[in-house]
Design a protein around this ligand. Structure first.
Ligand SMILES: Cc1cc2nc3c(=O)[nH]c(=O)nc-3n(C[C@H](O)[C@H](O)[C@H](O)COP(=O)(O)OP(=O)(O)OC[C@H]3O[C@@H](n4cnc5c(N)ncnc54)[C@H](O)[C@@H]3O)c2cc1C
Length: 425
């Protein structure tokens, strides 16, 4: 009898834990082939004179892939690494390995969904099904109290109803046994230089960020322990002003699942009691879901701008010198420059910093928000299409949550200068 072999296409789900496509593929097949494609589209120049993926995120990505590969190797297999566009490479792979079906997680960004469609089309010609899973959110769409088309456009309403009526599912266990497809050549991890980076570029990644599932768990465990101890010692009165969990890089690339983060926090709350920082992380996870579901519901129509596609294809260049000063952290505004320098150096700035520099670009320098979003896309170590473009659009008044238009830059700057808790959009 013909063996059933499933190709598991990894994208932003670089983990073994809570990974439905992996669990399902193992259950439904005789052998699996895990594959990661280094898609050149993610390493090209954009119309904004930025690159799609900057140095810090590229390094984090390579570390994460290497870590996933090592996990598969421990289980007696490997991760097939392929350089090229998935829709151009997958035909040969499915033929060579006699694949019956391909599993992948559905994304919500237009570029990512377009790539899925291209792959689906070429597979279809070979009579192979591309099965879509949804596994990037805290809440599964079927567990929400409304169908996607009725999800409230205002975050406050989405939060209220979801927290009241939706449930967070248990996580899928990490597989401990996998039967892999027999293969000799699993491919090599590309060097940064092969992805277009200057090999001599200084490694600027912050100590806090190392790619991979294990590194993500370590960060999470340290975070929970440190927070719980601080809170216990201070009888729950510890300062929360500067808190940033810095989890977003692992969440964005899927080294940590939002559900696992949620349940780890719930366990810590059970053990040590709740605190503001934990609540803040849970609120962040809701924001993350909100933007993904908004993209799912509206697609490009989330942006209330008729000329958006034209602006992205040929951005206005009239403010080039101001844009450059913002990028380099040379605006003359102390706090803006501080955050922009930090962004370039580490790939990360906290939410308050993002709100400040974005507001400054849009409302003070009067530069169109898409320029800032493209620059963040290059620089952020935690770049995620829905979170980045969604936050930028809302902040600029081009998204669907009109409340964000009320953002007050003076209040924000004052709060940051005084080191007080800041408002969140
Ligand atoms: C202009 C702008 C661009 C942004 N671009 C991105 C991006 O590309 N990727 C990204 O993950 N976040 C983005 N954010 C959201 C937010 O600033 C970061 O998620 C957060 O700073 C990460 O730090 P943390 O892990 O300490 O967050 P915490 O406050 O601890 O929150 C926990 C998690 O929730 C999620 N989260 C928190 N706030 C938000 C939010 N407002 N929107 C979406 N998700 C949120 C993140 O995954 C985060 O790791 C952006 C915000 C702004 C204002």
């Amino acid at each position: 009898m013909k063996l059933k072999k499933i190709l598991v296409w990894f994208r932003n789900d670089l983990r073994l834990h809570d990974n439905e496509i992996l669990v399902e593929a193992i259950a439904k097949s005789d052998a699996i082939l895990p594959v990661y494609f280094f898609d050149p589209r993610y390493f090209t120049q954009t119309s904004f004179d930025t690159v799609k993926t900057g140095f810090n995120r590229a390094r984090f990505l390579l570390e994460s892939i290497l870590a996933l590969r090592a996990q598969f190797q421990k289980l007696g297999g490997d991760l097939l690494l392929v350089v090229g566009k998935p829709e151009e490479q997958i035909t040969d792979i499915v033929t060579k390995f006699d694949i019956s079906e391909v599993y992948h997680h559905r994304e919500v960004g237009p570029e990512e969904t377009n790539i899925s469609t291209l792959v689906e089309d070429v597979l279809w010609k070979q009579r192979i099904n591309l099965k879509h899973f949804i596994g990037h959110t805290l809440y599964n769409k079927e567990d929400l109290p409304f169908p996607i088309k009725d999800i409230p456009d205002l975050f406050a309403q989405f939060k209220k109803k979801t927290e009241r009526d939706a449930i967070v599912k248990e996580c899928f266990e990490s597989p401990t046994e996998i039967t892999f497809i027999e293969n000799e050549d699993w491919g090599v991890l590309p060097e940064l230089a092969e992805l277009g980076f200057d090999a001599s570029e200084e490694i600027s990644i912050g100590e806090d960020f190392h790619g991979g599932e294990e590194a993500g768990f370590l960060h999470m465990t340290n975070l929970l322990t440190a927070n719980s101890e601080i809170y216990m010692k201070s009888n729950g009165k510890a300062a929360i002003d500067k808190f940033s969990a810095k989890l977003s890089a692992w969440l964005a690339i899927g080294c940590l699942s939002p559900r696992r983060v949620y349940w780890m926090i719930k366990d810590a709350e059970h053990q040590f009691g709740g605190n503001h920082n934990f609540s803040r992380i849970l609120l962040g996870l809701l924001f993350r879901d909100y933007y993904r579901f908004m993209f799912k519901k509206h697609g490009i129509k989330f942006f209330q701008e008729s000329e958006l596609e034209m602006r992205i294809e040929s951005p206005e260049k009239t403010h080039d010198h101001l844009m450059e000063s913002w990028k380099k952290g040379e605006t003359g505004h102390k706090l803006v420059d501080h955050y922009m320098t930090e962004l370039v150096a580490t790939g990360f700035i906290n939410h308050a910093g993002r709100l400040l520099v974005a507001t400054y670009l849009v409302h003070v320098l009067k530069i169109h928000w898409t320029n800032g979003a493209a620059y963040f896309e290059e620089k952020l170590i935690d770049y995620s299409a829905a979170s980045n473009w969604g936050n930028w659009a809302n902040l600029a008044g081009a998204g669907l949550d009109l409340k964000s238009k009320m953002f007050d830059i003076d209040k924000q700057i004052k709060a940051l200068e005084l080191d007080l808790p800041v408002v969140s959009a």
